[in-house]
Design a protein around this ligand. Structure first.
Ligand code: FMN
Length: 309
């Protein structure tokens, strides 16, 4: 068999060497993982969400285990965009990593400003816009729940930068199709989904919530079937490429998302359980390609065979 072609095109200029990315917030700024692997071999590293100013995040407890995943309420702790560009990016560039900057803000201008700072910075391949955080002006409703707010955020980021844009969608958007249309109209180049699913846990002895914030976001194997259904639905309406996320723990999980229509995938919670997990997923996808004589990974995207009705 010829060499395997694992390259995936998110846009004509944003091409990944393989379809496996690591998800924001689960791989630090990438440099924390250099002792476990050659980080240039990962499709792309989506770094921890960046805001205009550094943020301390929420007080503990802010992460708990469930039978099949985690609930986290980290609260978007980060070092701030300028610190990242100055102190982390040069080393990521030196190591040859493909870097996607995940960004967020509490106001539309904050998103615009973070994107403007990243525009033209060498070593950033794309921006992922996290619209799952509360819109301060709209009383805390998430940008990701309202298509008009999402459109406004993505249009502002689009105006601020020529970098390829991925918009990361919430799993709890009331109308996924309307949301996808809104962010496409605003100029996103791709969409990624899902972010964590709102969840909670209670300590019955104390009759108190376990997390300091009461609710948090569920990730890991528990959410995979829901995420897969959402990615399949998104891929059937989206005009732009879809990146699948949610509970991917091995190559077969990743292949399910790709067959459902995802051009690429992101692995999150897996990195916290097995630091070399992303490399394992890449190897398992390659083994499947060899076994099934698939030379080009893009031939698998959306290859789902539906039952005849
Ligand atoms: C500890 C933790 C921190 C996260 N931080 C972010 C973040 O800063 N920005 C973001 O867009 N998503 C964040 N996420 C969501 C993940 O990127 C991913 O969308 C989600 O965990 C689902 O994938 P998984 O089931 O493979 O973990 C975080 C998830 C976890 C578990």
């Amino acid at each position: 068999m010829e060499e395997l072609n694992t390259k995936v095109h998110i846009t004509p200029e944003f091409v990944l060497k393989n379809p496996v990315m690591v998800a924001s917030g689960t791989f630090g700024y990438g440099l924390e993982f250099t002792e476990f692997m050659n980080i240039s071999q990962i499709g792309a590293i989506v770094v921890k969400g960046l805001s205009l100013k550094p943020r301390a995040g929420n007080p503990p407890p802010r992460i708990i285990e469930t039978p099949a995943g985690l609930i986290n309420a980290i609260g978007l702790q980060n070092i701030g965009v300028e610190h990242f560009v100055k102190d982390k990016l040069p080393e990521l560039r030196r190591l040859g990593a493909t870097v996607v900057a995940n960004i967020f803000g509490e106001r539309v201008d904050e998103y615009r400003e973070v994107a403007r700072i990243l525009d033209g910075v060498e070593g950033i391949s794309a921006i992922e816009v996290n619209i799952s955080c509360p819109n301060v002006k709209k009383g805390g409703l998430k940008f990701g729940q309202d298509p008009a707010s999402a459109r406004e955020v993505v249009a502002a980021v689009r105006e601020a930068t020529g970098l390829p844009l991925i918009t990361k969608l919430s799993p709890d958007a009331p109308d996924l199709k309307a949301m996808i249309e809104a962010v496409e109209e605003a100029g996103t180049d791709a969409i990624s989904l899902v972010n964590t699913i709102p969840a909670m846990a209670i300590d019955v002895e104390k009759r108190r919530p376990v997390l300091s914030t009461v609710t948090g976001g569920l990730s890991g194997p528990a959410i995979k079937p829901i995420a897969l259904r959402l990615v399949w639905q998104a891929a059937s309406v989206a005009k732009v490429p879809v990146i699948g996320i949610g509970g991917i723990m091995n190559g077969r999980d990743a292949l399910e998302f790709i067959i459902a229509g995802a051009r690429a995938v992101q692995v999150g919670t897996l990195n916290l359980v097995e630091p070399r997990g992303a490399m394992k997923v890449i190897k398992e996808i390659e083994a499947y390609m060899r076994q099934h004589r698939i030379e080009n990974i893009e031939a698998l995207t959306g290859s789902l065979v539906l039952p005849e009705r």
